[in-house]
Ligand binder design. Structure first.
Ligand code: HMG
Ligand code: MG
Length: 306
């Protein structure tokens, strides 16, 4: 049997949170709808964070209400605290993601609190998630470096991951927020975390700032990781990490995974069409190499999303 890799699409959240202009809710809804038709099974939809901090996602309620949920597709949302959890529950989110960092300075700049305080805030959030049968992902930012403090010790990543796991996170996503890591660093960091918990619970989340993301994903696949995050057309960045580019493009990841013989359930041509569509809507370049190559070689543009 072919081995499967779960691709977590973060474009509508990680991507759009970093657009300089505010993207209208109807474009976000349509992006999520189109992504759902490609075979993606996890589409991060939005964040229930402060609109003072991330005005780009102030329409989280409107976006969630408009999603026509497809059977077999999950639409997780980011939640930083109990207030965010109340909003997520009211919006009938079935999966949430809490987020912290392996760097104190990044935690302060991203969530206005220390790592320890962010984790303390997650306790009631995760307890409520349990009560409602909601899955919880825990994100750790800056696992291979921080825009403010520079180096981040692997031991700190392991310590934060262990705390999140003990708190009850079902899955932990290891984020190279500024896309600074190289393959052996990624491999060694992953190995260290995986020595403390099941690798099946670990995801990798690479931004492509230095063009290392695919190589880093490959290094982590070789260690046994089977969940990877990415963003259609390479949308995004992080509002609290200046200079960070978008996540690695989903089209590029899917092309590599299929070439390696993994199954994803994702239709690459449809995904390339979504990448072309959203970048036209946003008037921004499509940074997916595989997406652009695929589009150039598609003889007839089929009406895939009517
Ligand atoms: P704070 O200002 O310290 O919050 O922000 P506070 O508790 O002092 O409250 C201040 C005001 O915010 C109050 O309103 C609260 O009600 C409101 P006021 O009384 O002044 O009118 N507030 C909220 N409003 C809506 N939703 C909420 C909420 N909470 C408080 N949930 C806070 C603390 C955590 C809220 C803020 O810092 C924040 O929202 N930060 C989010 C930053 C963010 O979203 N960053 C991007 C996501 S992380 C990421 O992208 C990395 C990742 O991709 C992985 C990687 O690449 O590394 C995941
Ligand atoms: Mg990110």
């Amino acid at each position: 049997m072919t081995e499967r890799v779960k691709v977590v699409e973060v474009g509508a959240r990680d991507g759009l949170q970093n657009e300089s202009s505010i993207v209208p809710a109807y474009i976000k809804q349509e992006l999520i709808r189109r992504l759902g038709l490609t075979g993606l099974q996890v589409i991060e939809a939005t964040s229930f964070v402060s609109q003072e901090w991330v005005p780009q996602l102030a329409d989280a309620e409107e976006v969630m209400a408009a999603i026509k949920r497809r059977e077999g597709v999950r639409y997780p949302v980011l939640v930083p605290n109990e207030y965010g959890m109340r909003r997520a529950l009211a919006a009938e989110a079935r999966e949430i993601a809490v987020f912290t960092a392996a760097s104190e300075q990044f935690s302060q700049n991203n969530t206005n609190c220390s790592i320890a305080e962010s984790i303390r805030r997650f306790q009631p959030v995760i307890a409520q998630a349990r009560e409602h049968g909601i899955l919880v992902r825990g994100y750790i930012s800056c696992v291979l470096g921080c825009p403010y403090q520079g180096k981040v010790p692997v031991s700190k990543v392991v310590a934060v991951a262990t705390e999140l796991r003990e708190l009850g996170c079902d899955e932990i996503s290891l984020g190279d927020t500024i896309g600074i890591g190289t393959p052996h660093q990624a491999r060694d960091m992953l190995r260290a975390v995986a020595s403390e918990m099941e690798i099946s619970r670990l995801a990798v989340h690479f931004h492509d700032t230095y063009g290392q993301a695919l190589a880093n994903i490959l290094a982590c696949l070789e260690q046994g990781v089977r969940i990877t995050d990415s963003s259609v057309a390479g949308l995004g960045g992080c509002p609290y990490a200046r200079g960070a580019t978008g996540n690695v493009a989903t089209e590029d990841v899917v092309y590599m995974l299929h070439g390696l013989g993994f199954e994803t359930g994702i239709d690459l041509d449809m995904l390339a069409e979504v990448g072309a569509w959203i970048t036209r809507q946003l008037s921004r370049p499509n940074t997916s190499r595989a997406g652009l190559a695929r589009l150039a070689n598609m003889p007839i543009k089929p009406k895939m999303f009517a």
